[in-house]
Design a protein around this ligand. Structure first.
Ligand SMILES: N[C@@H](CCC(=O)N[C@@H](CS)C(=O)NCC(=O)O)C(=O)O
Length: 214
């Protein structure tokens, strides 16, 4: 049985797939594909991912792209702790948070705050204050909504780690690099114990890339 993840350790979506595999205890190989390389990724990557993104995934010749499809497949196919709650309401919450992260948090926390306030400056760009302020505002909404949805649960969508947690955590790893992110985080007190528990997990430690805070 061979499982291959195609992508780069810096990618939050690649990290989500790796977290799912690590939490399930599935051995896998990471084959590096740098999507931002000059000239784009190698041509053969387009056969695996026609939209030229990462991750792509292969299990014994069965290829997949799209992180939601990959992680749900991993959860359903392999033994190990379930990454979806068994009760329907918590499962619906898991899907809801995955969708919030995909649709709103990724662009706000990672591209808006981290890239705008940290990565772009390293590339010689100047801060676009209006764009960063707007991204912080969107991030406040995302994190506030997720905190409210979590309520009193130990994890984001219930009593156990689920794909909801594995989706948000990689975005936080970049968001909290930025001073703007750290400042907003002081307000989001309902997620602080969650983040401490998340960053203590070996799956997070084993998949951390250079620039991530955790
Ligand atoms: N819908 C894709 C999104 C994956 C994605 O956006 N990956 C980023 C890296 S974290 C990427 O490949 N970006 C390259 C680009 O946008 O050109 C999924 O769920 O896997």
């Amino acid at each position: 049985m061979t499982v291959t993840v195609y992508g780069a350790p810096y990618s939050v979506y690649v990290r989500i797939v790796r977290l799912a595999l690590e939490e399930k205890g599935v051995a896998y190989r990471l084959e590096e594909v740098d999507i931002f390389a000059d000239g784009g990724p190698p041509e053969r990557h387009l056969a695996r991912h026609p939209f030229s993104k990462i991750p792509a995934f292969d299990h014994d010749g069965f290829g997949l792209h799209e992180t939601g499809a990959i992680t749900r497949y991993v959860d359903a196919t392999f033994e190990g702790p379930p990454l979806f709650p068994s009760d329907l309401k918590s499962a619906a919450r898991t899907n809801q948070i995955m969708s919030i992260v995909d649709s709103y948090a990724y662009t706000s926390l990672v591209w808006g705050v981290y890239t705008g306030a940290v990565a772009d400056l390293r590339d010689g760009e100047t801060r676009d204050e209006a764009a960063i302020a707007a991204a912080v505002q969107r991030s406040r909404r995302c994190l506030g909504v997720i905190s409210d949805l979590r309520g009193e649960s130990p994890w984001l969508a219930g009593d156990n780690v689920s794909l909801a947690d594995l989706y948000l955590a990689p975005m936080m790893g970049y968001f909290l690099v930025a001073d703007d992110g750290k400042e907003l985080w002081q307000e989001i007190t309902g997620l602080h114990d969650w983040w401490a528990a998340m960053t203590a997990r070996s799956s997070m430690k084993d998949t951390r890339a250079n620039d991530m805070v955790a």
